[in-house]
Ligand binder design. Sequence first.
Ligand code: NAD
Ligand code: TDX
Length: 332
Amino acid sequence: MRILVTGGAGFIGSNFVRYVYKERPDWHITVIDKLTYAGNLKNLDGLDESRVNFIKGDICDEPAIEQAVADSDTVVHFAAETHVDNSIQGPWPFVETNVIGTYRVLEAVRKSDKRLHHISTDEVYGDLGLDSSEKFSEKSPYDPRSPYSSTKAGSDHLVRAWGHTYGVKATISNCSNNYGPYQHIEKVIPRNITNILTGIKPKLYGEGKNRRDWIHAEDHSSAVLAILENGKLGETYMIGADGEKDNKQLIQTILELMGKDPNDFEFVKDRPGHDLRYAIDAAKLRTELGWAPKYTDFREGLKQTIQWYTDNQDWWQPQKDETEAKYKELGR
Ligand code: NAD
Ligand code: TDX
């Protein structure tokens, strides 16, 4: 099996490459990644070059993606612009990579008749009420509310249409918020772990009441592999691990696990259009494909993640000042 992973030098893509490398020793993995600010070749350090090869390339570059797809048996498409705050400041790269890039990937798999799994997000369904117990499922209506989520929604629609019209052999998954090693320090968990490690107070947007449903990136990876191998073509699967927390609880747990006063954080300006709550019902994935998460104890997963950022300061230090300078301009 020759698998092509787009965006495999990013956070979840590299966790997936590492997972497949470990779980499927007879597979060959090719990563195609543009290495934007969010991609880092160090995320693939230590993997044997005879089993993993890397192409520095843009999924919007038609000949490059066509060739990479033609040389593989199956494609898992992670490459995207992913940070909501960036999408509010400058939406164009999101339209370009998430919509046009996905179009290029689809045309390439159509041309060489390859299997595709498309990685998407729960944010395409909009948000849920803070006090409701409702969860997103495969049947939830699309209602994206940020430039990021609207471009991911657009990419999902393209994938479905290419399956329906041209018979492209595709599946889609919509996952909740991921955490774990190799996540860029712009995102809430690594930002605030590294804030604490550098003597900066953790920052909570608005009143800290917004809720996210956390899953470890390794559990996301095992779910994607299960769908790739046993999912039904044309189907969508929700991925989530029942890890719902509000942002204040999250920051206080990080502070506590790092031996700090749980109230030693500060509130900052809210994100415009800030989605209130996401929560996932992953019953279809669990019952039809027999998938279950390994990281069921969030505190334990968070503890390991804190340890990873503590042990790997060389990995994130070079980006810390620039990342915080960008936030300072936004008042966040
Ligand atoms: P990330 O920002 O850490 O990594 C994205 C990777 O894509 C980077 O390596 C980047 O260099 C690469 N990339 C960007 N534009 C490219 C282009 N034009 N051509 C080739 N490569 C390009 O993102 P992530 O958090 O790992 O997210 C991966 C995927 O998972 C995305 O599709 C995202 O929408 C989805 N997702 C993320 C989460 C989450 O919590 N992070 C949750 C659900 C779904
Ligand atoms: O410092 C912070 N303080 C804070 O309170 C930051 C960076 C964020 N927040 C809040 C905003 C959100 O409510 O924490 C929550 C999580 O924020 P992000 O890490 O930016 O993630 P989110 O906006 O929820 O989107 C993420 O999950 C779904 C990923 O970035 C997306 O790519 C994915 O699709």
